[in-house]
Design a protein around this ligand. Sequence first.
Ligand code: ADP
Ligand code: ZN
Ligand code: ZN
Length: 856
Amino acid sequence: MPLFCDVALAVPLDILFTYAIPPGMEPVVGGRVLVPFRQQRLSGIVVELHDRPPQVVTSQIAASQIKIKKVIEALDLSPVLDEHLLKLGKWIAGYYLAPMGEVFRTMLPLAAEFKRSVAYRITDEGRMALHLAGMSGSPARSKRTPEQQLVEFRVLDYLAERDGVREERLCGATRVARALLAGMVRKRWIAREDVSAARDAARVVKVAVLLGAEEASPPETGQASSLGTEASSPLDGRDARPHTSKTRKLNANQRTLIETLAASGGRLPVKALRGVDVPRTTLGTLVRRGLIELVDEAQEFTASKLKPRQSPFEFEFSLAQKEALAKIGAAVASRKFGGLLLHGITGSGKTAVYLACMRQVLDAGRSSILLVPEIGLTPAVAADLHQVFGDEVAILHSGLSDAERAEQWHRIRRGEARVVAGTRSAVFAPVSDLALIIVDEEQDSSYKQEETPRYHARDVAVMRAKMAGAGAVVVLGSATPSLESYYNAKKNKYALVELPDRVEMRPLPEVEIVDMRQEFQETGQEQVISRKLGEEIRERLEKKEQVMVLLNRRGYSPVVLCRACGKTLQCKNCAVSMTHHKRERKMECHYCGHVERIPDKCVHCGSEYVYFVGTGSEKLEEMLHGMFPQARIGRLDRDTVRGREDFEHALNALNEGALDMLVGTQMIAKGHDIHGVTLVGVVGADMALGLPDFRAAERTFQLLTQVAGRAGRGQSPGKVVLQTYFQDHYAVQFAARHDFAGFYEKELQFRAWMHYPPYSAIANVLIRSERLDEALTWSGELGRWFEKTRHEGIRVLGPAAAPITRLKRDYRYHFILKSPSREKMNALLRAMLAEATARKIPRTQVIVDVDAVWMM
Ligand code: ADP
Ligand code: ZN
Ligand code: ZN
């Protein structure tokens, strides 16, 4: 066995840590080890095993004198990251300049298997203090209250007789507050140690099983086991039938427990029985009497219980769908890496193509992964997947607990689920023999992780397919591909596959633009709902057709303005205005979540002339209620939707005709397939055009195209009324004409002129601090460093205040780097990080965002 291992730890440091391997221990590359780090224990991934002693820091110290820490425990006998995933993680760390340990932590959802805990033991000083206290009664002169001293000595007493006690137990036994413990550690009376350890990986639950069902059931009822139904329970006290001797002696509590169990088919997790109102000892008694048995069972994954919609394969594929399927199928069969861009307009039947491809892969005994955007994975989609793939599918979404996530991970790794569907991090699913990765709505910004490691799941998917052992294929699908992906397809990096028509030749909706500046002139006031849109809505409601209205801003009013001093109510943590939420009666910051009371006076000047300005989705809903009192209106935004289920619920209501109208933010624009909607009104979707972000036009075009795509998906053709203050903007014009190619050409020119992607690699470097002077000093220092460091061909803009100058208490400055060569840009960024470290700027305050999608 080698002497040392290099370990990647999830700490914000761009280095690996070397540990000695104690004799007899056998860590593996790609497996986890538990190691001491500073005062803690951390689990990390072994990246390399070797015999090289760690590098000597100064030449005076001989290598043998360095005390190298030892691995505490090897947690895995075989790698949790196979060689391909290990390689992928290293690539991510390099490409996105992220600490490798943080990358691995993101790739492995196994946090649930590692239990953090600390223990305390008494020190010699502590024993001395206890001893002295015993002699003098109480130590002299102390800042603590007598009560606190009493607790301290209780703790010392407790620890003196024991050898290391876990925090929970100590707190429970002595009722000591954690702050007091910390004080005792500072006084060195007690020592704190990290005793975190691995937990049993296979999750089991204790299940109570009812025994002797037949025996307990009187034969004359004629039922083999009547315990399944409550009504005929043989244990019912009011029942006149004779009881067996075993059950006759049951007391009321015992009977309750047994009946509960019987009503659930004779087995229930012990946890579930805790909800029954009987003493805890009752269960034990019944176990002893042989009426109930406790067994360990592997916990089951609870699949979505929603009924699947129409089977995805009940129709005949269109010619274009068949061609797409054939092309992707051929690419997969070639067992070579390949990328395809599936550009299919809204309603062209992309989903059916995905599922058919995945079916083929599964039939060939290989694995596939389907990535969907955050909101795209509704229970209905999950139900579809279950219908097509049965138990072979594992579904990973953000609603899972750590334990559930870990469980899915193990199922996939054991090869029980060869079809994986999920959001961003599902790209790391440990499937074997990966043949196909599909990225649906590949342009969606939820694929970019906005925290370290700031990876883009689409790009990682491409890389993963490239690195897969047996040659995998990646399919990027969208109605509105990102400029980058479409450019790659045009340059033949990806094969372009198109679905140019809607299924069954349904037409795309007609789009009518309403110029809101003109509306203002003609009506003499600022309008939220134009006369045209109002008329169209009325018409649809009369015809019993359905309407969707998009306003991409939640809340009631986005701004509170003082008419006396002209100032607005700003968040105390961020340089943004607070949004008024009427129903919940609060002001909320949409960036940090800070909540305040609704002001009745201006916070700046005390004036009472405060006004709520502007309209959000909550107000829009209220206005529409006022205009159409008969209509049943639902709203879909982050205030009405807490989880996937709420989301699905609102859409189901629309689908089943329980709603006439659905109002909402961009959530309503994405991917749903509701056939009754014939009108889509766009009240506000072009606000983004005013933002200082080079992707503003692209995002607006995508949003408009997506939302327009919701209209006319059934038998009746659809219409879109698009209200805008930017009617001449090309994003609006091309979206109205459903002209992706036209938009693409125009936008590409702009990108070329401005040296933006796809013509340059970009990175956003953010310097942040809660102290303004620090943020300024650091960004100034790095600015001067960038200036004097030669970097051929790389443009460095900044330092400048970030568009949102303060966010979550941090003042923010940034640089934007643009470079025709990605390698050179990354080399410069790496050098910059080294410089920042040398200048003692904390690594966590310098954020490097490679391929940033959010420039604010
Ligand atoms: P997209 O994702 O491209 O917007 P979907 O895959 O959601 O489109 O398909 C739109 C609708 O058309 C769905 O209800 C789907 O079941 C249906 N569909 C797909 N292919 C066909 C087909 N060949 N014939 C009839 N209906 C189809
Ligand atoms: Zn004021
Ligand atoms: Zn805020």
